[in-house]
Design a protein around this ligand. Sequence first.
Ligand code: ADP
Length: 521
Amino acid sequence: MTKNDSNIAQLKQHLHRKSNDLDLYLKALNSAYSGIIITDNTQYDNPIIYCNKAFETISGYSHNEIIGHNCRFLQGQDRSQPERQLLKDSIARGEECKIEIRNYRKDGSFFWNELFISPVKNDEGYVTHFIGVQNDISARKKSEHELREEKNSVELKIQQRTKELKDKEVFLSSIIETVRESLVVLDANYIVLSANKHFLNSFKVSSEETVGTPLFELGNHQWDIATLRELLTDILPTNNPVVDYEVDHVFPHIGRKVMLLNAYRIEFEGHYKDRILIAIEDITEKKELDRRKDDFLSIASHELKTPLTTIKGLVQILQRIGTDNDNTKFVSTLDKMSSYIDRLNLLITRLLDTSKIQSGNIELHMEPIDIDRVVREAIESINYATPGHNITLVGSSEAIVEGDEAQIIQVVNNLLSNAIKYSPDHNQVEVSISKVASFVKVSIRDYGMGISYHDKQKIFERFYRASHIQKKFPGLGIGLYVSHEIISNHQGTLWVESEVGEGATFNFTLPIKQKKEIHGD
Ligand code: ADP
């Protein structure tokens, strides 16, 4: 073999190897996931001279439909994208670039193309080819888009919610600032977190010196009230609210104040927070008014009683004269006068009682009472005085209670006369006495008009009368108040059970002192 032959053989071998390599590269390109094209920049309009299989898949066009065309066919009619200009400029400058551009497949369907183009230069630096690599990123774009949408909608919702919360806050704080009650919020160490205007104005303090200061140190320790301290230290551990607790305190700058205090440990979504809300109602003026009213009542009833006693005496003298003269008309008129004087006297006594109770001046003359006898006698005398009604008694307690007999009689009489007064269309009243544990229980049931839920909350208050009965039935609205106070003073309770139109049952209990001794004789 000549040298020439051997060179040719070597060359053939070399070419064979090259062609094998080329095959391998082409196979590699065809198995790539990304679409790859090569364009010839030396030819007119930079046509595609190569595309791999993936490019055919991505674009939907076949190899033959692609080769010879400029890449722009992928853009369909969507030619106003700014990325297009970017691409054009990079090609003109012979630079690489990466863009994301909207492209269209052969069937017209849209896809997002992540396109990377890179120039190939010859030895002189002239760009002969461009290599384009493309990926269909529609799925990624879609989820990016959805994510953006989601984010936008969440942001919108947050904005709306924040606005709602702000509106609510403004609404609530305007209520808090307008109420005529002082409101203070404390943390677990009794440091004031906030105080409303009414508090600041009432106690003549500024927000600066109040917020951030422990309540007990406020305004030269003017709030360091022993009972308040005790109450508040009880709330946090037990969650027990303080309801309508009366505090009477002399403040150094503003003088004496009587306040109704309500304090709660703040609860949020079922959990107790270490925050206490205190609502303070200033009842100084109301108390003063009540005191004046009581003074007036007590003076007026005293003043009325004196001439009435004299009139009663004079009437008694006239009654005697009348009997001596045997003048029946005269005597019966005087008897009527006498009974009206007695009624007037009773009313005035009741008024006097209320003012005594209110000022705590009522005296109890405690003695052992046979309660069964007291109730029985009260029934007998009322049955005698009001023959139109029939009061019956069932049961007995066989017990002795310790109490002021005159006052217990007054309670039974009040309840019985109410039972009769408020049941004009039913003549039956039932009284029962029983022994319940260490108490005597007396119940007085009528079948009259009954009491509404609203009235039930109020009838034991002074001067309260159900509005619909005011004109129909005479009364001062003090009988139940006095009765309630008397029973409370005897360590018992008085309460009512009733429905409108179904009558009412007034019950009271009194603690038993000892069992009644049954005497043999
Ligand atoms: P008064 O009878 O003078 O109005 P009370 O204090 O005895 O005052 O009673 C207060 C109110 O309670 C009455 O005005 C009436 O509305 C209601 N009340 C009391 N007892 C009864 C009853 N047995 N049935 C229905 N209402 C009653």
